[in-house]
Write a protein that binds this ligand. Structure first.
Ligand code: FES
Length: 102
């Protein structure tokens, strides 16, 4: 079971638990504001953009090349940007904090 915290652009903190599925699906299920998942998780909309808290970036690792290409089209990208449809929930993500991108 992984406990994951989302922080919205309005500074609302939402902590949820899961053990499978994508991080985007988890956010959508819990109505995390700002995570829309418009493309359904196929890495083509960037409406699931988050900034991983730097101290937790090791848990998620680098974006894939496809993901990086998609992120390049988005504004407000940082070194800690990830698309959360491209991250699978697992024990490894326990404690991770994701700031929803504006
Ligand atoms: S849901 Fe579309 S890129 Fe993640």
């Amino acid at each position: 079971m992984a406990k994951i915290t989302f922080i919205t652009s309005e500074n609302e903190s939402i902590t949820v638990e899961s053990n499978s599925g994508s991080v985007m699906e988890l956010a959508v299920q819990h109505n995390v504001k700002g995570i829309d998942g418009d493309c359904g998780g196929v890495c083509s909309c960037a409406t699931c953009h988050v900034h991983v808290a730097p101290e937790h970036f090791e848990k998620v690792g680098e974006a894939s090349e496809i993901e990086k290409d998609m992120l390049e089209l988005d504004d407000n990208v940082s070194d800690y940007s990830r698309l959360c449809c491209q991250m699978e929930v697992s024990e490894a993500l326990d404690g991770a904090v994701f700031h929803v991108a504006k």
